[in-house]
Design a protein around this ligand. Structure first.
Ligand code: TXA
Ligand code: MG
Length: 332
């Protein structure tokens, strides 16, 4: 069912269409003709365009207000398509065979004959590749028949979108269509794993954990979160995942005017109205917490609170990725 939606800020019509076989074909044709598509994936919604088409890729950077030095992830429907774009090494074969499709992006040397827009890879000798687990996303990419560049579908530097409504609110009038498939089940951007050097390095923690990668490669990848002088991932230079409201981490109490983002069973915030509190997971489930994180930050950020107090989240497994996003939200 197609329905038109008025974007609050810009009063322009954005077409949000529920995912069906018909709308998948329509979404693929938006990509084929050089348009911009809001694409659901298992991690976050993407702002998708034909990665072979420099003008379409330029529209992505323009819509997001993204600095041109920050390269995009290229999405493919399967490993064979990825092998046409990058030079695979043994580690790349092993991790993609074990962990694709899934929330894992790999960085590899870009092939000279890849045909990918230089703007999409920001002139780098490497390329970021991902094959999403979301069956609808893969169906769109397959039907488009081209590699698909897709950053998260939010204005640069703001919270990533986990619903079609988040996409419409952030970028609405810049898009030709938003394909809606409900809330993203993972809720955090993919793990970015650099396999272009001698040793595997995680440049962005995500739902594929260091342990998952260690099980495949027999070696635990280092995590380089870019908090030093020479970040490897251009995106690490940027202010990221930032709500407008100040975020205070590891909160054990509440200050006047603050909203609460809780984790696990707690009495903290029992006097707050429901509108001023969310619990990432009452049962301390990290997967549930990751899926709720950006949506709850969006909601609390819109509430006009003086701050958002965030209770501690364990720094293990998926908690590494949750805490990475929370630190970036608090640092801005
Ligand atoms: O889950 C995801 O990965 C989502 C969905 C839509 O697939 N996409 C996403 O894209 O998060 P984006 O553009 O928001 O983040 C891509 C990150 C950036 O930090 C960028 O700097 C990094 O990947 N990146 C891209 N190409 C790179 C390269 N060649 N070397 C190092 N980092 C790279
Ligand atoms: Mg992003």
């Amino acid at each position: 069912m197609a329905r038109a939606r008025v974007d609050d800020k810009n009063q322009r019509m954005v077409k949000i269409v529920t995912i069906t076989d018909t709308s998948i074909a329509e979404a693929a044709s938006v990509i084929k003709r050089g348009g911009l598509l809001g694409l659901p994936t298992e991690t976050v919604y993407g702002l998708a365009a034909n990665a072979l088409d420099g003008r379409a890729v330029a529209r992505i950077f323009e819509a997001k207000g993204r600095p041109a030095f920050n390269p995009l992830i290229i999405h493919v429907a399967n490993k064979a398509a990825a092998e046409k774009l990058a030079t695979f090494n043994a580690a790349a074969h092993a991790v993609t065979d074990a962990l694709w499709p899934g929330p894992l992006t790999i960085i590899l040397p870009r092939r000279a004959d890849s045909g990918i827009s230089e703007l999409a890879t920001a002139g780098l000798p490497t390329i970021a590749l991902r094959c999403p687990a979301h069956a609808g996303a893969r169906a769109v990419i397959e039907a488009a028949g081209v590699p698909v560049a897709a950053p998260s579908a939010n204005a640069s530097g703001t919270l990533s979108p986990t619903t079609a409504q988040h996409v419409a609110a952030s970028l609405g009038d810049a898009l030709d269509m938003i394909l809606a498939a409900g809330a993203c089940p993972v809720g955090l951007e993919s793990t970015v794993l650099d396999l272009s050097g001698d040793m595997p390095v995680i440049l962005r923690p995500g739902a594929v954990t260091p342990d998952d990668i260690a099980r495949v490669l027999g070696i635990t990848p280092a995590i380089d979160d870019g908090q030093h002088d020479a970040p490897k991932s251009p995106g690490q230079l940027l202010r990221h995942y930032a709500p407008k409201t100040p975020v205070r981490l590891n909160a054990k109490d509440l200050q006047a005017g603050e909203a609460l983002l809780a984790f696990g069973p707690t009495l903290l915030g029992r006097h707050l109205p429901d509108s001023a509190k969310r619990n990432l997971s009452d049962g301390s489930d990290l997967h549930e917490a990751a899926a709720n994180l950006f949506g709850y930050l969006h909601t609390l950020d819109a509430g006009g609170h003086s701050g958002i107090a965030v209770m501690p989240v364990p720094d293990t497994g998926l908690g590494l990725a949750i805490n990475d996003r929370l630190k970036r939200a608090a640092n801005s």
